[in-house]
Design a binder for this molecule. Structure first.
Ligand code: ADP
Length: 440
């Protein structure tokens, strides 16, 4: 069932029930009033009948009143019974006359009103033809009113539900037209602050994120093919050059060296890409072990010393936590080492091997590693993209790299429930803070 039908049914059901209830109460009150009124009239007649019969002084006057001024009611009858006798009506009716001085009773269309007069019960009966007819007419009118109200309510319910859902239909039509090739299209967001415009702007935000992800994905594919294509072109070019005529052994050796270098570059990129993909999609399956971060940093430093003996990385252990347990992280040794060495190597590379400090400290919940250099820094306009695979800042010309190390490091840190915060000033240096949850 559509929401529109639901709203319409609910609206109609609710309104028609309320109208029905009010009409029923009005009908009940009116018929009660009409019956009470009729009994009152019968009572007056019963008293006058009694006086006309038993009031020896004024009976002539009462008889006159009855004759001249009281219109006879339909099927009007009167019965005069001695106080202790019983008639054809139920015994409780006579008992109540004796006890309270008067009583009312109704049998189908006939109404009875009895009063006590001296030692007699005077009972007058009549049918309330006029009242019944009137009530019947009223019932008829009320049923017609209810019918008309139901029609009006259904029509306005249809209109109302259509009006309320109009913006939703508009949004859904616009949504249908948004495809992969026009992800830049956004839904109209009216100025009103209602739920529909909130929904539209939430959807627009989602489109923003989708579009960015889509673009990143596209860039990734084109950058990856470019990065993989460049060494391949170099290898093919070098091989063709070497093969196009007879060469000396030294020339072949030189060509093979170029081929080897490019092949190594290719291997490095493919391995890094594989790691990136693994850490992005397979994080949950990585085995965890307890790692002491001070020891891990020591290993990172040793690794960098062997790769780049000119580095000036200085370990800063002055803010080590007193509690050694705070140095422990539950993680994957190999991956964490890879992430940290990528970041420390960047600090050496982009500061041309100027001093780099690596400090280790801890908060109540996290291990904090701070890597600081005084290098070229990252231009502000490049900051938002430094985690995009293959992205390299505009000031990195002359520095070797592929733009995979930092996104890979962030994937690894996030995989461990941590976070990376980069603060950088172009021309004065970069500080990278790595937070990893304590896993003791
Ligand atoms: P790359 O292989 O280019 O170093 P990364 O993924 O490791 O790639 O880093 C991405 C980009 O972030 C780099 O190209 C560089 O522009 C910037 N960057 C990372 N670390 C530093 C740093 N310590 N100083 C200056 N720029 C940095």
């Amino acid at each position: 069932m559509t929401i529109r039908t639901k709203i319409m049914l609910l609206f109609t059901g609710l309104t028609v029930s309320i109208i029905f209830l009010m009409l029923a109460v009005a009908y009940y009150l009116f018929s009660k009033y009409s019956f009470d009124d009729f009994y009152k009239r019968l009572e007056i007649r019963a008293f006058i009948a009694a006086r006309a019969r038993f009031d020896s002084e004024h009976n002539a006057a009462y008889a006159e009143i009855r004759k001249e001024h009281l219109e006879r009611l339909p099927h009007e009858r009167e019965y005069i019974l001695p106080i202790d006798s019983l008639g054809p009506l139920p015994a409780y009716f006579y008992a109540e006359i004796k006890q309270s001085g008067k009583a009312a009773y109704r049998h189908e269309k006939t109404f009875y009103e009895g009063v006590l007069y001296d030692q007699y019960m005077v009972i007058v009966s009549a049918t309330n033809d006029y009242g019944q007819e009137y009530i019947g007419g009223l019932r008829h009118v009320l049923v017609i009113c209810l019918g008309i109200a139901a029609i009006v309510v259904i029509t306005s319910g249809l209109f109302f539900s259509r009006y309320v859902l109009q913006p939703l239909r508009r949004i859904s039509l616009q949504m249908e037209n948004i495809r992969a090739h026009n992800l830049h299209v956004r839904l109209d967001t009216p100025h009103s602050k209602d739920e529909i415009s909130q929904l539209a702007s939430t959807y627009n935000n989602m489109l923003d994120r989708l579009e960015t992800a889509f673009e990143t994905q596209n860039n990734f594919v084109s950058n990856a093919s470019h990065e993989l294509g460049t060494p391949l072109t170099a290898i093919i070019g070098e091989a063709e050059l070497a093969l196009n005529k007879e060469r000396s052994a030294t020339e072949y050796r030189q060509s093979l060296q170029v081929v080897l270098l490019q092949a190594e570059r290719l291997e490095h990129i493919t391995k890094s890409l594989l790691r990136l993909a693994q850490t992005a999609f397979n994080g949950k399956n990585t085995p965890l072990e307890k790692i002491r971060m001070d020891e891990l940093l020591f290993e990172v430093k040793a690794q960098i010393d062997s790769l780049n003996p000119e580095n000036k990385v200085a370990m800063d252990y002055t803010h080590l936590p007193e509690d050694e347990n705070k140095l422990i992280v539950a993680g994957n040794h190999q991956l964490l080492q890879l992430a940290l060495s990528n970041i420390v190597q960047n600090a050496c590379k982009y500061s041309n091997n100027q001093p780099v400090s690596v400090a280790l400290t801890a908060t109540d919940t996290h291990n904090v590693i701070i890597i600081k250099d005084n290098g070229i820094g990252i231009p502000a306009q490049d900051m938002p993209f430094i985690y995009d695979p293959f992205y390299r800042a505009s000031n990195t010309e002359g520095y070797k790299g592929y733009g995979i190390g930092l996104p890979l490091a962030r994937n690894i840190v996030r995989m461990h429930g941590g976070n990376i915060i980069v603060n950088s000033q172009q021309g004065s240096g970069t500080e990278i803070k790595i937070l990893l949850p304590i896993g003791a």
